[in-house]
Ligand binder design. Structure first.
Ligand code: HEC
Length: 112
């Protein structure tokens, strides 16, 4: 039998580990600026510089909120097979795709 104090500290430790694994370091301001540029230039080359649509559909806030944030991030990383929508998983991390998804859902210039 382990001493009580040791058992308590092990218990505390095992509760903290999953939290530590979930915590992400926030994106740097430089990277956020790059992601914004990517969204309006690269994504914008198909979806329009103001996301109003072009070769790809418009990406208004109302439509973007039909997805969960993680679902939207997955769509961005995987692309849409059989369409011109490419997958971005070589260029963006999951955290970065979630940042873009969050931006499209909550900080969208096309707020219809
Ligand atoms: C080469 C053109 C192209 C580029 C570049 C592109 N997309 Fe797309 N995207 C499309 C097309 C075409 C569709 C529609 C796919 C379909 O028919 O379902 C689409 C669909 C989407 C959708 C789903 C729209 C909806 O109404 O459900 C989202 C979200 C999206 N793109 C986000 C992005 C983001 C974010 C980027 C940049 C990281 C990006 N796209 C870059 C062509 C593009």
């Amino acid at each position: 039998m382990l001493p009580l104090t040791l058992r308590f500290s092990l218990l505390a430790l095992s509760c903290m580990l999953p939290l530590a694994a979930l915590a992400e370091t926030p994106l740097s301001t430089e990277r956020v600026t790059e992601l914004e540029t990517l969204l309006y230039q690269d994504c914008g080359s198909c979806h329009g510089m103001t996301l109003r649509g072009g070769l790809g559909p418009a990406l208004p806030e109302s439509r973007m909120n039909a997805y969960s944030r993680d679902g939207l991030a997955a769509l961005i990383l995987d692309g849409v097979k059989g369409t011109a929508m490419p997958g971005w998983d070589g260029l963006l991390t999951e955290q970065e795709a979630r940042w873009i998804a969050d931006h499209l859902q909550n900080d969208n210039p096309l707020d219809e």
